[in-house]
Write a protein of this length. Structure first.
Length: 251
């Protein structure tokens, strides 16, 4: 618990500084990485991580409501200014899994209402002065036009490289320096079947986990906190980044 609080406070401070720098110094709110040299999509997931931690922190200490609210605002602003779509997708899937567990009609209705408001808002914002804002434009393209910014093209291209050398793969990057935007296709493309076997061997101990352990080891909300963070970064590497994607603070 102390580690979670430490991580929450660290993200709250560092992303808070990043947001202030973006607002008052950088003054550019599209695909912004803030004070980080990380890819803007990664920074969007930093914001989502702070959102998840803020919710967890609130349930951990309901009487301390100021920091969770501040964390939620900073995390939301980070996602918005990064203009990344995968944090939104990750947040929706996390909520979906949580609601499948709770399975109460009022929460399903709440999710449906908020999702409808978000989609309608994006549609109407696209018809206004905000139409060229990167977050609005990218979300509109994804929802209403099915535009994945070339993801399907690179996925297919990576798959074709794999088919040319199924046992050991063919290459790490394409001719233009791009990559498949999917960790599994990337492993297949670069290392073939042999690489996939090695990749899954790395996670072999997950087979020892059993759902029944949740009640024995974790308070249920701690489990969902853990699962949410895993899903957040798993989806990041499933739809956006390469296997090796690291960032640091600007010098």
């Amino acid at each position: 618990m102390k580690l979670n609080t430490l991580i929450f406070n660290f993200l709250l401070i560092i992303l808070g500084i990043s947001c202030l720098w973006t607002i008052f110094v950088f003054q550019y709110f599209e695909k912004s990485s803030g004070i980080f040299v990380s890819y803007y999509i990664s920074v969007g997931h930093y914001g989502l991580s702070l959102l998840i931690l803020s919710i967890f922190y609130y349930f951990q200490s309901p009487q301390k409501w100021l920091k969770p609210i501040l964390g939620t605002l900073i995390g939301g602003f980070t996602i918005f200014s990064s203009s990344a779509r995968s944090p939104m997708l990750a947040a929706f899937i996390i909520l979906l899994i949580l609601l499948l567990y709770i399975n109460k009609i009022k929460y399903w209705i709440t999710l449906l209402v908020f999702a409808s408001i978000f989609i309608i808002s994006i549609y109407f914002l696209k018809q206004t002065f905000a139409s060229d804002f990167e977050f609005v434009k990218r979300m509109y393209n994804a929802i209403f036009e099915g535009n994945g910014s070339g993801r399907s093209y690179y996925l297919l291209k990576g798959w074709n490289v794999f088919k040319e050398n199924i046992p050991f793969g063919g290459r790490i990057l394409f001719e233009d320096g791009m990559y498949p935007h999917n960790i599994f296709v990337e492993v297949l493309m670069s290392m073939g079947i042999a690489g996939v076997i090695l990749f899954f061997l790395y996670f072999k101990d997950l087979g020892k986990f059993r759902i029944r352990y949740i009640k024995k080891i974790f308070v249920i909300y701690r489990f969902f906190y853990f699962l949410s963070n895993i899903l957040c970064w798993f989806l990041l590497h499933t739809v956006s980044l390469r296997i090796w994607s690291f960032g640091a603070l600007q010098q």
